[in-house]
Write a protein that binds this ligand. Structure first.
Ligand code: UT7
Length: 326
């Protein structure tokens, strides 16, 4: 008997408070024009002071349940991808497990920054196909506003808060998962970090403890050079060509960067699904939020071939080539 893993539902939640580019003109030396031209971002959502990653993760799962009327009472594993957990311990996933009252679910957080959601999906596929689990919730959620320095114009205009969730279930006859790749260039990790203490990394001093620090140019160059290789490697594993793709769902950090990745990879720009225009860079949540928007816009059809590529802090990456099974 086959043990296959199938995506059966998805949901999302974003905080109500909106911060648009004009709001940033009032707090740092920037302009709506600069932000739109360099990033494509128009607005982002900001969590309330007492709203944490577990709260928005929970609400994304409620949305999933409401949209698809799926029974999640027998979920046996919750994977929360996040770099902004409420606490070091308990995990966000444990909070979500408690809030949902899922008595039989294991719970763990993973941190692969912006690649967290695609790592999480691939782990869920492995848990189900190996027979360990039958119903897994994969959540990508961040409250990046809590670690953003709103005096640093180079980073504060980029980040936002949001959550997305997928339900991955055991199936005997249909799989969503076709091929995946993952890796990390850890020696370049100092290009994007958030440290609680002022320390050094590979001999370099770390700045601004408690907040996100990014060498935007450095990450940009790495991404446009490497993501096309990840795309190629993942497609090759399954003997697919770029032309076979229905959609490309990369980590939604910067529209210019994604266009450049598309051009270098020979993927038509209008196949790229993005969430950054409305939500900014929400790290592990960008990909499920892009998928959610695409569903709302009625772009996705059953059996569409979608390549998701998460990349960022680490500098780590993970891709997953899926067949849309909803
Ligand atoms: O999610 C994790 C992965 N992260 C990424 O994928 C991020 C990749 N990188 C990027 O998206 C871009 O590098 C940024 C959007 C972060 C920055 O854009 P850029 O075109 O690379 O700008 P830059 O950092 O090279 O800065 C160019 C100029 C600088 O001024 P000078 O030194 O030329 O006078 C900056 O100080 O733009 C200035 N600048 C700004 N000006 C107005 C930086 N931030 C701003 C701002 N408003 N908000």
């Amino acid at each position: 008997m086959n043990s296959l893993a199938k995506i059966t539902a998805h949901g999302s939640y974003v905080p109500e408070k909106i911060m648009n580019n004009q709001d940033f003109e009032k707090i740092v030396e920037t302009s709506d024009e600069w932000i739109q031209q360099r990033t494509g971002i128009e607005e982002r959502r900001i969590a309330n002071e007492d709203e944490y990653t577990s709260d928005i993760s929970y609400k994304a799962v409620l949305d999933l349940q409401e949209k698809y009327q799926v029974d999640i009472s027998d979920v046996d594993m919750i994977i929360n991808a996040t770099l902004t957990p409420d606490y070091k311990t308990p995990s966000v996933a444990s909070y979500v497990q408690a809030k949902l009252g899922l008595k039989n679910a294991g719970a763990l957080d993973i941190n692969a920054a912006c690649a967290g959601f695609t790592y999480g999906l691939n782990i869920a596929n492995g848990l189900i196909t190996s027979g360990q689990n039958k119903k897994v919730l994969v959540i990508g959620a961040e409250t990046l506003s809590k670690i953003t320095d709103y005096t640093d114009r180079g980073t504060c205009i980029l980040f936002g808060d949001g959550a997305g969730a997928f339900l991955v279930e055991y199936s005997e006859d249909e799989t969503s998962f076709i091929a995946s790749s993952a890796g990390s260039d850890g020696d370049k990790g100092h290009n994007l970090y958030s440290s609680e203490l002022s320390e050094t990394m590979f001999g370099e001093d770390l700045e601004n403890p408690g907040y996100i620090v990014q060498n935007g140019r450095g990450v940009y160059k790495w991404a446009v050079g490497n993501v096309p290789k990840i795309i190629e490697a993942t497609l090759n594993k399954a003997n697919y060509k770029k032309e076979d793709l229905s959609w490309f769902a990369p980590h939604s950090a910067n529209a210019r960067m994604i266009e450049s990745i598309c051009d270098r990879s020979g993927i038509e720009r209008d196949k790229a699904l993005m969430s950054l225009k409305y939500y900014g860079n929400t790290s592990s949540a960008t990909i499920p939020l892009s998928i959610d928007l695409a569903v709302k816009e009625q772009k996705l059809k059953k059996d569409d071939l979608i390549l998701m590529v998460g990349f960022g802090g680490g500098l780590a990456y993970a891709s997953t080539l899926i067949r849309w099974t909803i």
